[in-house]
Design a protein around this ligand. Structure first.
Ligand code: ZN
Ligand code: ZN
Ligand code: ZN
Length: 322
């Protein structure tokens, strides 16, 4: 979905999906509220597409380098990011490679076999290469003899060795180093890379995500005894950081909460591992139940959590900016 340039103001903002939220989260966390810092692309020939947004390289793994640009532009269209021009990447129109080499070609026949030579102008206005003048004879334009007193030195020109055309400015072309295609610069595909920073709306929107603090308050209102940011030892002897340990008012129920606003498949696997390590381990005298609290789920993560026996609670709040 490419909507570059279009700044449509939507009265009904559709919900943002996991991928958009994940990118926005990463930008907000890496840039913060610093007025002067921008989220910038890195241009690097050794990368598959010639660029990356280094701070979202993790997310890029899930999403792919190309659609990152679409996602960033969509967030900009939604007024969650401010964007400014940073740089441009040119791509071969035949194979899509960014490895292009600039060259010059004949304006008439397209041959690259052109040479810069000194030239002379005849009194009739004809511009002649040094070779034609050197041969003597008659002017190809007016037919008068070419004599030293009827010629003045002119600026250097390009002469095509293939078709003989003479021109002052060669045609700029690019040669693809991957497929060898020669293209006019006007045919080459361009990708504009912007730098970004979150808008006020993005920060306000982002504050609506679930945090250990806000969720702990909800639990306390319901009468639970709550500890936050607890390190607990599992069966293996390893310590695990638990966002919230909650004991029910009757002390019969112990729950370990993981607060993950944007839940990925990878995080489900991480928590499943921790969950296994708490099998038959008692916390406050009870075997704890593991619960993940989230605002938005990567496709597939809920299904995976279900199949691994993990409970996921999805909260409203983040998903619709504004
Ligand atoms: Zn190519
Ligand atoms: Zn030519
Ligand atoms: Zn002439």
């Amino acid at each position: 979905m490419r909507r570059r340039g279009g700044r449509a103001i939507l009265s009904e903002q559709p919900r943002l999906s996991y991928r958009y939220l994940k990118v926005l989260e990463t930008i907000i966390q890496s840039i913060g509220k610093n007025e002067n810092s921008w989220f910038e692309p890195e241009i690097n020939d050794s990368l598959p597409r010639g660029f990356t947004y280094p701070q979202i390289s993790d997310v890029e793994e899930i999403i792919g380098a190309e659609s990152i640009v679409d996602i960033l532009e969509e967030l900009r269209n939604r007024n969650l990011l401010e964007g400014k021009f940073h740089s441009k990447i040119l791509y071969c129109p035949s194979c899509g490679s960014f490895k292009l080499r600039p060259s010059t070609a004949c304006r008439n026949c397209g041959s690259q076999n052109i040479q810069k030579k000194s030239s002379f102008m005849h009194t009739c206005g004809a511009v002649l290469s040094v070779e034609i003048y050197g041969k003597g004879g008659l002017c190809p334009k007016c037919g008068d003899p070419l004599r030293p007193d009827s010629m003045i030195e002119y600026k250097p020109v390009y002469v095509c060795e293939d078709c003989g055309e003479l021109f002052e400015e060669p045609k700029p072309v690019s040669i693809c180093q991957s497929c060898g295609a020669l293209s006019n610069l006007t045919e080459v595909k361009e990708l504009i890379l912007n730098k970004y920073k979150p808008t006020e709306l993005a920060f306000r929107f982002f504050e609506k995500r679930v945090t250990p603090e806000t969720f702990a308050k909800t639990l306390m209102i319901r009468g639970a005894r709550v500890e936050m940011n607890v390190s607990l030892k599992g069966r293996s002897g390893l310590n695990h950081k638990i966002d919230i340990v909650a004991v029910s008012p009757d002390a019969n129920d112990v729950k370990l909460y993981f607060i993950i606003p944007f839940l990925s498949v990878r995080e489900v696997l991480r928590i499943a591992t921790i969950s296994m390590d708490f099998k038959d381990v008692k916390v406050h005298g009870r075997e704890p139940k593991i619960i993940i609290v989230s605002n938005s789920l990567e496709p597939g993560s809920k299904e995976l959590a279900d199949s691994l026996g993990l409970t996921v609670i999805t909260l409203e709040g983040v998903g619709t900016p504004g």
